[in-house]
Structure formats: structure tokens, C-alpha cells
Design a protein around this ligand. Structure first.
Ligand SMILES: NC(=O)c1ccc[n+]([C@@H]2O[C@H](COP(=O)([O-])OP(=O)(O)OC[C@H]3O[C@@H](n4cnc5c(N)ncnc54)[C@H](OP(=O)(O)O)[C@@H]3O)[C@@H](O)[C@H]2O)c1
Length: 335
């Protein structure tokens, strides 16, 4: 083992150009931890929110950030029996709890780590951990979506939306999603039954029409804005609204009482159980991560720029980082 590794370090908060590729010390392994050779990571909006300083109180600088890992275990702690050296694993590091995934090696508590699905590449597996865990928490644990129910998933082409569509279909739901007109074929290919062009149509009217005035059982808010306030306008009685977007401004929920609506607010927490459930769906061919762009570790700033300005690109799903290699796959620029 070498005691140095390459890592992308955030030395100050700011734009996509603030990252520095540095040689840093490889972290040591505690008794209930594993050290992982990181093959791939992926980006989430949380990454650029952290980089900009939105969570400055939680991120002491300099920091290694990043929230998705797929790789191979190189060392296990003295009290670890569930994994061994050479095992392929994937996980989300503890958010705001130590070094993240933008590095060649990472040390994690073993309870966070899941066995990587056999039928996924590291780039695909890294693209699933945070968004997949979030979708599981939102649709299964909180909304308790069931067979035959109808769900509206806002933002079907995004990192979360692409997985939510597939998980909701695997659960037997009827899926309505929102996407720009040119993206409808893509979200249908993931399993969406109906698609609303959010740029030209009011989704409240469209959902009413698609459900014969009944409304949907679950609204999955991945976009913020007024989605919480308008949620009850498209809910069936006793419907559920699940939001993963924290908004600092007060929200008017007056319409929710008339529908006996339940609201769930999710900030995803990591554990192996959710990953194991996702692995089962992936290995049965029911869920496949969507990797829309790939860049090597040294081009992290460019990767951030891509995700932050995704509307300027034909970008579907995730921006992944080939940490162990130098793959480059970029989406077309559209504006
Ligand atoms: N609380 C949690 O635990 C948690 C976990 C994961 C993510 N999140 C949050 O969830 C949000 C989505 O994450 P992500 O990874 O999916 O982001 P992403 O990959 O950047 O995708 C964003 C998606 O939202 C769509 N969108 C934007 N405005 C829209 C609108 N008005 N109507 C319909 N669709 C719209 C985009 O579509 P276009 O391509 O058409 O613009 C895109 O599909 C972010 O705010 C993120 O911070 C929270």
C-alpha cells in the first residue's frame, strides 16, 4: 500500500474552478471500517451546493467532498467479517461526516457499504448509490407506494427522476412524469406511462385529464418551487407528497387539509439495507442507472459545470467520474 493518493480538494468555496488535484495521505482504517480503492464516483446537486458554500457550517475546509462510490475493498478493519479484500462494493459516504468520494481511496464504516450489483460497471454503480437510496426512502419507506397506485414524478430525466421512474414501475405503479418535449421518448423508455411537457403545459391540468379528475396517490417532488403548495391540487384523497428539496421560504399548504394529504420531507440517510434492496432490483433487470456523461477525476470542475448547467446539454441521468481510468463521454451542447 502506498500512503499517498490523488484527491480533488476543495480549498475554498466558489465556482467550478476552485478544485485542486492534490497528493494527500491515504486515510487509516478503524476496526469497523473498510478501505476502498475508488473506481468511480458520481455527482449530485449536493456537490455543487457544497462547493458554492451553501453548507459551509457543515464542511470544514480544506475538504474532499463527493457522495457516491463504487470500488474494490483493499483493507478491512480488525472487526469486519462481512466483507473481505477484493470485494466489489458501492455506497454513499457519510454525508457531512468526513472525507468524501473525490479521491483514489476512501475509508468507510462497514455498515454503510453494500455489495455492488454484479451486472453493473463501477461507473453505473457509483451513479446509483445516493439517488437510489433517496428514491427508496421516498417511495418505499415514506410514501409506501403500492401496486396499482398512480404517482407523479417531477423531473423524469434527472439523476433522481430516472431511478424513481424505474423503481415505481418495479413496484407496480402507474407512472406519470414531467419532461421537456424532446425527452419524452427517453423517459418512456425507462417505463413512464404518461409524460407531461412541463415547458408548455400546466401539470395540474394535465394530471387531472390523465386521471379522469381522480388525481394521483403520490407526488414525488424533486424540483422544489411551488410543488408542495400545488401538490394537493393533483392528489387523490389521502394522497402523499414526498419532497427531497429543502426550501427556506414558508410554503402554503392550505389545500392539503381538504385532501387529508400526508407530507414527507426526506434528507437521505445512508445504510446498507437500501443498497441491498436496490441491488436485488438491478440484478433482476428492473432498474438500470443512467450515466449521461463521464469525465476523469482531474476534470472535476468541468463535471460540475455540466451538472450545474444541465439545461445547456442533452444530459440524461448522472454525471459520473472515472477515478481509476480516463474515460471521457460528453453529452451534446444544446444552447
Ligand atoms: N433530500 C435528499 O436527500 C436529496 C437527495 C438527492 C437529491 N436531492 C435534491 O433533489 C433535486 C434533484 O436532484 P437530481 O440529482 O435529480 O438533480 P439533476 O440530476 O440535476 O436533475 C434535475 C431534474 O429536474 C428537472 N427539472 C428542473 N426544473 C423542472 C421543472 N420545473 N419541472 C420539471 N422538471 C424540472 C430537470 O429537467 P430538465 O433537464 O428538463 O431541466 C432534471 O430532470 C436537487 O435539488 C437535489 O439537491 C435531495
Amino acid at each position: 500500500m502506498t500512503d499517498q493518493m490523488k484527491a480533488v480538494v476543495l480549498a475554498r468555496f466558489g465556482g467550478a474552478d476552485v478544485f485542486e488535484l492534490r497528493d494527500v495521505a491515504v486515510p487509516t482504517v478503524g476496526p469497523r471500517q473498510v478501505r476502498v480503492r475508488v473506481h468511480a464516483t458520481a455527482l449530485n446537486p449536493l456537490d455543487y451546493q457544497v462547493r458554492r458554500g451553501d453548507y459551509a457550517d457543515y464542511v470544514p475546509l480544506p475538504a474532499i467532498t463527493g457522495h457516491d462510490i463504487s470500488g474494490v475493498i483493499e483493507e478491512v478493519g480488525s472487526n469486519v467479517s462481512e466483507f473481505g479484500v477484493g470485494d466489489e462494493v458501492y455506497y454513499t459516504p457519510q454525508i457531512f461526516g468526513g472525507p468524501g468520494s473525490y479521491a483514489e481511496q476512501h475509508v468507510a464504516d462497514v455498515d454503510l457499504v453494500g455489495r455492488k450489483p454484479k451486472n453493473l460497471t463501477h461507473l453505473e454503480a457509483a451513479s446509483l448509490t445516493l439517488v437510489g437510496g433517496t428514491v427508496w426512502e421516498a417511495l418505499v419507506t415514506r410514501a409506501q407506494l403500492t401496486v396499482g397506485e398512480t404517482i407523479l414524478i417531477h423531473g423524469g430525466t434527472g439523476g433522481v427522476g430516472t431511478i424513481a421512474i424505474q423503481v415505481a414501475k418495479a413496484m407496480g405503479a402507474r407512472v406519470i412524469t414531467t419532461a421537456k418535449a424532446g425527452d419524452h421518448e427517453f423517459v418512456r423508455s425507462l417505463g413512464a406511462d404518461e409524460v407531461i411537457d412541463y415547458t408548455s403545459t400546466d401539470y395540474v391540468d394535465a394530471v387531472s385529464e390523465l386521471t379522469g379528475g381522480q388525481g394521483v396517490d403520490v407526488v414525488f417532488d424533486t424540483i422544489g418551487g411551488d410543488a408542495l403548495t400545488r401538490g394537493p391540487l393533483i392528489l387523490a384523497d389521502f394522497g402523499r407528497v414526498v419532497s427531497i428539496v429543502d426550501i427556506a421560504q414558508p410554503q402554503n399548504l392550505i389545500e392539503a387539509w381538504g385532501k387529508n394529504a400526508a407530507y414527507h420531507f426526506v434528507f437521505t440517510r445512508q445504510n446498507r439495507g437500501k443498497l441491498d434492496a436496490l441491488t436485488a432490483l438491478v440484478e433482476r433487470g428492473l432498474v438500470k442507472p443512467v450515466v449521461g456523461a463521464v469525465l476523469p477525476l482531474a476534470r472535476m470542475g468541468e463535471a460540475h459545470e455540466l451538472l450545474e448547467n444541465r439545461r445547456s446539454y442533452a444530459l440524461y441521468g448522472k454525471v459520473a467520474i472515472d477515478v481509476a481510468g480516463d474515460t471521457v463521454a460528453l453529452p451534446a451542447r444544446i444552447s
